[in-house]
Design a protein around this ligand. Structure first.
Ligand SMILES: [Zn+2]
Length: 335
């Protein structure tokens, strides 16, 4: 029934749903340039995530890169989605643009996502560039040339003060090229945090003022109980900037989905785009306990092995209309 409704709605618009927040990870096997450094206490979480997407935790020590991409591709193909935006992950840099090699838990080079997207039409490439890098503008041009559709960064984990005036030209160039920015906002517990205060969505003021289309990942919601709450700040900012959006990524983890009621009605609803934060676990328990989905819906999708589809269906059931899943078509840079 849900599938029928969704299929009908997207057909009317002629657009297929997109999951615009999907991580690729790898350990560098096959010369991809990716690396993964999972600290001792995050290892159970990493193993849980792999199991959740149907991979054995042994994959971390074997050919993770191709195993992961094959599985992801299979999931996209077997879902209601037309495509997934796959995210690169730049290194942590200091304020003067030097890479801080000891920090950060994973790295995904821009060339890797750009190459994957060339090979597979199901993938759309989002690159990641720390704007303090001495070669930031050149790298931006190179990625635009190579077909980047979005730029991803995590100000609190990568140490990016987006409001630093030195980055004005970088943001202006992004605005000119119509390359949207997906920026992590709110607390974070899956990755190490370098600058806690950069979780505040007000860190995005300068790119917004420069005219960049900015998508605040997770709508600045809390990840852990003790994180500061920034959701209301994000919501207030949408009144001031028509170019600010929020994504629904990780709304199916315990804390992040709490503000759902405000996200599924005006005025915020028109600013919402769909993302899963794959491979972050998708559990409908929280939505069911909060009364956002009913028991049969929860039971039905909880058993579904494809978490991209599970996340999509749970969000439809929570009340996000089909436009939430297709709005991103109008925001991504056209290749
Ligand atoms: Zn993410």
């Amino acid at each position: 029934m849900e599938l029928e409704t969704a299929a009908k709605a997207s057909k009317t618009q002629g657009l297929r749903p997109i999951d615009m927040h999907v991580h690729v990870v790898g350990n560098g096997t096959g010369g991809t340039g990716c690396w993964l450094r999972v600290g001792r206490w995050r290892q159970p979480l990493a193993a849980l995530m792999l199991r959740h997407v149907g991979l054995s935790s042994r994959a971390m020590k074997s050919d993770l890169d191709s195993i992961y991409v094959d599985r992801l591709l299979e999931m996209v193909r077997q879902s209601s989605l037309g495509a997934a935006v796959i995210l690169a992950q730049d290194l942590v840099h200091d304020d003067s643009g030097r890479p801080l090699n000891g920090l950060g838990s994973f790295y995904v080079p821009n060339n890797y996502v750009l190459g994957l997207a060339k090979k597979h039409p199901e993938f759309l490439p989002a690159v990641s560039i720390h704007p303090a890098r001495p070669d930031a503008l050149e790298e931006l041009e190179r990625c635009l040339e190579a077909g980047a559709v979005m730029m991803k960064c995590l100000p609190n984990c990568q140490n990016i003060n987006c409001n630093d005036r030195r980055f004005t030209r970088f943001w202006e160039r992004m605005a000119e090229a119509k390359l949207p920015l997906l920026a992590h906002t709110g607390g974070e517990h899956t990755l190490p945090v370098v600058k806690k205060e950069y979780a505040d969505p007000r860190i995005l003021t300068l790119p917004l003022d420069c005219g960049v289309t900015v998508i605040a990942a997770h709508c600045a919601t809390k990840s852990g109980i003790f994180d500061p709450e920034y959701f209301h700040i994000f919501a207030g900012m949408t009144n001031r900037w028509p170019n600010l959006y929020g994504d629904t990524s990780a709304f199916n983890v315990p804390m992040r989905g709490r503000h759902l009621r405000k996200c599924v009605c005006a005025p915020l609803l028109d600013r919402m785009v769909h993302g899963s934060d794959f491979p972050v676990p998708v559990n409908g328990h929280w939505a069911w306990m909060r009364g956002f989905v009913d028991w049969p819906t929860f039971r039905k999708w909880e058993k579904h092995g494809n978490i991209l589809e599970r996340d999509y269906q749970l969000k439809l059931a929570m009340g996000f209309p089909p436009e939430t899943f297709t709005r991103i078509h109008g925001l991504l840079r056209k290749r």
